[in-house]
Ligand binder design. Structure first.
Ligand SMILES: Nc1nc2c(ncn2[C@@H]2O[C@H](COP(=O)(O)OP(=O)(O)OP(=O)(O)O)[C@@H](O)[C@H]2O)c(=O)[nH]1
Ligand SMILES: [Mg+2]
Length: 367
């Protein structure tokens, strides 16, 4: 029996005992002990699972967009997955209930949004604790991260943000614009634009440390040394994020938490309760809005269905054609558009025309 099986067996016994123990004053202490033993065994399982590379821990992206639910154990990530999607993920009153990534699909405005329920991450996840690195690795390939925070333990947000900082993940920050073109015939490092606020000699020293000696370098934005190093070494990630402040049904009088939280981080905050359903519709709309996608309808309908094509906001007619089929791009002459992006019905537009949510497009091919 390998370690994972052994832990699984222990877990089964513990969970059975837990389910058989009645909840009353006399058993309170025993229950608490059992829960912490279950949590411990499950934490081991999370770690064991992540060490088995390629054995089903990571999830393939599907649908139009992917979002990750990230938070500390018991914040309510699985409960949220269950109300957002058609999936069922186990929920329980102890930590590390979820030991692997559970996907679900949320359909909103015709978009198929893949929602990933993650195992809880704990403090020092960036140092590899609790298997946090694998969770973060999967999170990084999603288009949006929803931080699920237990509103009765709002400190969790600061701890999560500290973890992300340790991992060079920047939320809702613009990636500083830097261009480094290596050139063997360059006369050393030529810093053509430098709006970084750093000294030229320091920038050159950093580049040299990464083996770059001949290059044309342009830095258009302000950036500090640490961020420059992270960007050069490709270890910096820039992601979009929002906060789902969960369990607000337990807050009672303490209703100011939401404004406290939104003052501290540049993220939209959605007060919700995954158990009562409070705020869930607003959160769904917020997710859609923050994904930066829009619906475009085609005329005539492709394949006969009325489902929209989901594409990035501000996409052009040409980009829409490219998303459907490259052959359309080659033959595309112009398009007729109906909807918010045009002044009158069935307006004739070129391939560079920028589309808006709910436009209807008819492609016109070259003859
Ligand atoms: N009162 C209240 N309880 C909630 C809410 N959301 C979740 N819970 C409870 O909190 C506990 C933990 O919920 P889960 O959904 O399992 O939490 P999780 O974040 O998936 O936890 P892990 O998988 O261990 O990381 C369960 O007992 C839930 O019923 C909520 O909005 N209000
Ligand atoms: Mg869970």
């Amino acid at each position: 029996m390998d370690k994972k099986e052994a832990v699984n067996q222990r877990l089964e016994e513990l969970e059975e005992e837990l389910s058989k123990t009645k909840d009353n004053k006399a058993t309170n202490k025993h229950l608490a002990k059992l829960r912490s033993k279950v949590a411990e065994a499950r934490r081991e399982l999370v770690e064991a699972g992540k060490r088995q590379h390629g054995k089903g821990f990571f999830i393939k992206k599907t649908g139009d967009s992917t979002i990750s639910l990230l938070g500390f154990p018991s914040a309510g990530k699985s409960s949220l997955l269950n109300v957002l999607t058609n999936s069922r993920s186990k929920t329980a009153a102890y930590a590390f209930t979820t030991t692997t990534i559970i996907p679900g699909t949320m359909i909103y405005n015709g978009a198929h949004i893949q929602v990933l329920d993650m195992p809880g991450i704990i403090e020092d996840a960036h140092l590899g604790k609790g298997g946090g690195k694998a969770v973060i690795a999967q999170m990084r390939v999603s288009e949006l991260v929803v931080f699920v925070i237990d509103a009765t333990n709002a400190w969790q947000l600061d701890a999560l943000m500290a973890e992300l900082k340790g991992l060079n993940i920047h939320i809702n920050e613009q990636k500083p614009r830097i261009s480094i073109i290596k050139k063997n015939d360059a006369n050393g490092i030529m810093l053509e634009v430098n709006k970084s606020g750093l000294l030229e000699d320091d920038i050159k020293a950093i580049l040299n440390a990464f083996g770059i000696f001949k290059a044309i370098v342009k830095i258009w934005d302000k950036v500090n040394e640490d961020d420059l190093i992270a960007i050069i070494s490709e270890k910096a990630y820039y992601m979009r994020g929002i906060i789902a402040l969960n369990k607000v049904d337990l807050l009672g009088q303490n209703k100011n938490i939401q404004s406290d939280v939104s003052k501290r981080y540049p993220m939209q905050v959605f007060p919700i309760s995954a158990t009562t359903g409070h705020g869930i519709n607003e959160l769904k709309a917020g997710i859609y809005e923050n994904l930066g996608i829009m619906r475009i309808f085609l005329k005539p309908k492709i394949g006969g269905d009325s489902e929209p094509i989901i594409i990035s906001k501000n996409a052009t007619v040409g980009e829409l054609a490219g998303k459907i089929h490259t052959s359309i791009v080659d033959e595309l002459k112009c398009a007729f558009v109906d909807g918010p992006s045009v002044k009158f019905r069935n307006q004739r537009v070129g391939v560079k025309h920028v589309l808006r949510d709910r436009d209807t497009v008819t492609f016109i091919k070259e003859r």
